[in-house]
Design a binder for this molecule. Structure first.
Ligand code: PLP
Length: 436
């Protein structure tokens, strides 16, 4: 049995200080009916709690830690820049450096604005799209999560789905009525909405690879048709690649599926573990944003030098040319992830359990479900009790996975073949526990 005495004491105190003891809901493990380990430090593929337990980490701070924790290049760059001061609230060369790095991989982004969280990025992208089109409504997909701004907390995924509050109290009817929701992967549903209300719709926002109802992939041709129909009706197509950016492929889902959106939201990885996100896209839309245009958006700490530096260091590692004849960084992650999933599929089969395993580059997800999962409804039909048993058995064996089937897991450059072998052995035991 894991000894979590110190974590449990810390959690008891934290609950007197913060709602549910945490600063972001899923961290509380509430839906798993157990207490979370409190983390002391992390290095490479491992994370360590205050009781001294070591875990192989597939959460990676919910996505950002693609090069592994405390990567020496990132740490060194941060140490150096910190000596020059931690924030100026004034333009720096670092902001342009990160912008150029991002745009070199995302050519659909002609202009970019740095913000501090994915929530800000999606909220601001929609504001810009509304300003640009002069229309008020927008479409989101059921089970997609775009952060916690009011108008996007409608039929949301991630923690909102985990805790059964996809439509949060506190969001007014007035706000929610401009958000039109349709099922993911259902072409007929979005076609109908656009045919009927197209001239009132400013934007369609989508996770082109959805990671917040578990990992759900777009059906073949779905994104292409979405691109066509939005273009025909003058609707701004926003790809929220906060999670799948630099993961589904180096150039995100847009490169993997060959689609050019009008706007893109990025986050997580571009801050290398510090709070950064961004929105960007066509110049004519981005030039609506203040001070170039009238759509207001600002931030005291936006473009913060530490955050820019961590992002630059991380993206430099990701985009570095590989040695001759070797696969690049993203390809290596994809191969490692595939190896893990093949073994997990076999282990589940041996235990007599039917699961659905999904992969997009270095993202992966597992559903205890006999049937295909392609939208929120099919994802929610997965066996939550089986997942709970699996989750606890994995944690017990030092494998740190998200405490919800509605989350995605991530491979990093620091995961070794030994880590993967250990994970497979742990999964064999966990699947058996589920089967019993
Ligand atoms: N968009 C997507 C696709 C996300 O996965 C998330 C967070 O997980 C967000 C937006 C919100 O980002 P943040 O938590 O940085 O506000």
């Amino acid at each position: 049995m894991l000894n979590l005495d110190k974590s449990q004491a810390a959690f008891t105190e934290a609950k007197t200080l913060m709602p549910g003891g945490v600063n972001s809901p899923v961290r509380s493990y509430k839906s798993m009916d157990c207490d979370p380990p409190f983390i002391d430090h992390a290095k490479g593929s491992k994370i360590y709690d205050i009781d001294g337990n070591e875990y192989i980490d597939y959460i990676g701070s919910w996505g950002p830690m693609v090069v592994g924790h405390a990567h020496p290049q990132v740490v060194e760059a941060l140490q150096k820049v910190t000596e020059k001061g931690t924030s100026y609230g004034a333009p720096t060369l670092l902001e342009s450096d990160l912008a150029k790095l991002v745009m070199s991989v995302y050519p659909s982004i002609e202009k970019i604005r740095m913000v501090n969280s994915g929530t800000e990025a999606t909220m601001s992208a929609i504001r810009a799209a509304r300003g640009y089109t002069g229309r008020e409504k927008f479409v989101k997909f059921i089970g997609c999560y775009h952060g916690h701004s009011d108008s996007l907390l409608v039929k949301a995924g991630s923690g909102a789905a985990t805790f059964g509050v996809p439509d949060s109290p506190g969001v007014t009817k007035g706000t929610a009525q401009d958000t039109i929701t349709v099922p993911y992967n259902d072409m007929a549903a979005i076609e109908q909405v656009i045919t009927e209300q197209g001239n009132e719709i400013a934007a369609v926002i989508i996770e082109p690879v959805a990671g917040n109802m578990g990992l759900v992939l777009p059906k073949q041709g779905y994104l292409r048709r979405l691109r066509e129909i939005t273009e025909q009706h003058g609707i701004v197509l926003i790809f929220d690649e906060v999670m799948c950016g630099f993961r589904a492929s180096l150039g995100g889902a847009q490169a993997a599926y060959g689609i050019v959106p009008d706007m893109t939201c990025l986050g997580k990885i571009i801050g290398g573990g510090l709070p950064v996100a961004a929105y960007g896209g066509k110049t004519e839309i981005m030039d609506m944003v203040a001070p170039a245009g009238p759509v207001y958006q600002a931030g005291t700490l936006s473009g913060n030098p530490l955050a820019m530096t961590a992002g630059i260091a991380t993206l430099s590692i990701l985009t570095a040319a590989p040695e001759e004849g070797q696969p690049d960084f993203s390809r290596v992650l994809t191969i490692k992830t595939k190896q893990l999933l093949l073994a997990l599929q076999n282990a589940a089969k041996e235990a007599g359990i039917k699961i659905q395993l999904h992969q997009a580059g270095s993202m992966f997800g597992l559903f205890f479900n006999e049937n295909p999962v392609y939208d929120y409804e099919t994802s929610a039909a997965s066996n939550q009790e089986a997942f709970k048993v699996y989750f606890k058995a994995m944690l017990e064996q030092g494998i740190y996975i998200a405490p919800s089937q509605f989350e995605t897991l991530f491979m990093s450059g620091a995961h070794t073949s030994e880590d993967i072998a250990k994970t497979i052995e742990a999964a064999k035991i966990a699947f058996k526990a589920v089967a019993d």
